[in-house]
Design a protein around this ligand. Sequence first.
Ligand code: PLP
Length: 416
Amino acid sequence: MSQKVNLPKQGLGKMGVLSKLDEALTKEPDVLRGNMSCYAMKGTEDMVDVVSQAYQKYFFLNGVARRFFPGLQDLEADVTGMASNILSGGADGIVANITSGGTESIFCALHAAREWAKETKPHIKEPEIVAPYSIHATFSKGCQYLGIKIVRVPVRDDWRADAVAIEAAISPNTIMIAGSAPSWPYGVIDNMDELAEVSKKHDLWLHVDACVGGYLSPFVSKLGIDLPKWDFSVDGVHSISADLHKYGYAAKGISTIAWRSEELQKYHFVSPTDWPCSPYITQAFTGSRPASAVAAAWAALSYLGEDGYIAYADRAMKAKARLIEGLNKIEGIEPIDTDLLIVVYGAKDIRVEQIVGGLSEKGWTSGGVMDPPLAHLVLDPLSEDVVDIYLEDLRAVVDSIRAGEASAEGTLSYAD
Ligand SMILES: *Cc1c(COP(=O)(O)O)cnc(C)c1O
């Protein structure tokens, strides 16, 4: 229900405004306990300081008019250059564009694939994509906007994409198949080499959704931890979405969409000329956009550097190992064997909704997965400070549910 709110007749003044904001902040969840979910992926205090100062410096500039801002162009070229490099897996010729988030990156990939198919498969009038059930909801959203049908197929027992089922779901109208690295619900990297075999055999666009893992996996690999291959080293991958505002530790509002080649990137650009001004050339779907987000992402990448990202990955992966060890010691709790920093677990003889409900009474903000019911956590380097508290609280919640004391029903939803 919409509520009518009057603009204050007189401004509140600086102190008035800031104190109102502080009041609003007191209603937000506990920061410490949020470090495994709603506040995750923001980096350590020194990092947050650098990123927010960078954000402030470029506060007023509008990225839509970057032709006026050579400094911003340089920063953006640095960001897309580093992004292409990080996601390349050693392949040459990778190019990337900045977007406002994973949703826009995926939207752009779907759009480019559709334009590519118009040219390479002109007989297709009602395009379809095939993807594992686990692929992010925003694929369905993008497909809805773009008039594409999405076919989701069940995942395998190990929660990864089922390449056989995906191939079986391909129709004469299919233009793209996609997988995740890793998937948001189950935290596992899809077997992209198998999907690549299928996509090459059927001449389809292959998109990898590395929104949550793109700026993490390369550094986890450098720690010597084995991960399934998912980047442009997999022959057949056309495009990759990867969010700088997740494990890039940038401020919110920035992601990247990377293309195998400039040739494929051409299908991305839309530059209308049928209006009174000049051709409307933009880097992605949005028009006006915050230059601040670019400056902050540049700051994050440049401040941490490769060593910094590796050190962050190390801290966070160690925190995860401790968490998994602890979860395994709690009777009935069954964590899924995830690849990176998403931790999900079910429970044998108690309802996960009750566990999450009990945890939220203790100040935790963990969301969940509905199918099947799973508790869902997102770790980062700061999680090491909360793992023990979490395990202690979880043990207490599980005990009280078993004792028939707890009745709180939690929700497994992340959304609005
Ligand atoms: C976060 C995420 C998205 C959506 O990205 P937004 O930045 O929230 O728009 C898509 N796919 C995966 C795997 C994600 O983790």
